[in-house]
Write a protein that binds this ligand. Structure first.
Ligand SMILES: CC(C)(COP(=O)(O)OP(=O)(O)OC[C@H]1O[C@@H](n2cnc3c(N)ncnc32)[C@H](O)[C@@H]1OP(=O)(O)O)[C@@H](O)C(=O)NCCC(=O)NCCS
Length: 174
């Protein structure tokens, strides 16, 4: 799928092979980012990025690179994964939901997620969920800003994060 979304400052577009060096550079040495995602390998290398992109997205997922429209810089990734009648935001997508450290706290994750929520609504979805580690205050804050409501804890098998982990689940009606 080749959906491209635009916001005031961002362009969200599918990842391409040419993005691999930039993904590798943004995540080099960034265990603090990687360990907040479900599946990104740590350490994350350009080769890992190349393999992820070449592998493509699953049929039920849409992954976007987050691009600063003014400079065309790739600054992170976000995605949605469809479940029957609903969808999961970011967390479960192969490349995760993250913004490079140099771009934090400027509202980019919130702005990107709003665009994805609007797109999901337009695509006929009625709700979207997200799951977050307890010790991730920035992500919890983003979900609060977006109007997600707590929906209890869940346990997931996350081999890349050391096995069975407890997460906080949130749901947002669209
Ligand atoms: C979570 C993440 C995507 C947020 O990206 P971002 O572009 O900085 O997000 P925003 O600027 O839209 O919002 C961040 C909010 O968190 C707040 N915040 C940041 N660090 C915080 C902390 N340690 N404690 C509490 N709030 C914090 C910011 O102040 C901001 O809230 P505000 O607008 O009310 O001031 C980014 O921190 C990241 O990539 N983290 C690592 C990967 C990750 O956690 N991914 C999500 C997995 S569920």
């Amino acid at each position: 799928m080749t959906t491209t979304l635009r916001t005031a400052r961002l362009t969200l577009r599918p990842l391409a092979a040419a993005d691999a060096p930039r993904l590798g550079a943004l995540l080099a040495g960034e265990s603090a980012i990687i360990r907040m995602t479900a599946r990104l390998p740590d350490p994350y290398t350009e080769a890992a990025a190349r393999a992820w992109i070449a592998g493509g997205a699953a049929a039920n997922e849409q992954v976007f690179g987050v691009i600063l429209s003014a400079s065309a810089e790739l600054i992170g990734c976000i995605g949605v994964m469809r479940e029957p009648g609903t969808a999961g935001l970011g967390y479960w997508i192969g490349r995760g939901y993250w913004i490079g450290r140099g771009y934090w706290n400027r509202g980019f994750a919130t702005e990107a997620a709003r665009a994805v929520l609007d797109w999901a609504r337009g695509d006929g979805l009625s709700a979207i969920s997200a799951e977050v580690f307890h010790d991730n205050p920035a992500s919890l804050r983003v979900l609060a800003k977006l109007g997600f409501a707590p929906a209890g804890d869940v346990e997931r098998d996350l081999p890349a994060r050391g096995g069975r982990r407890r997460l906080r689940r949130f749901v947002r009606r669209l």
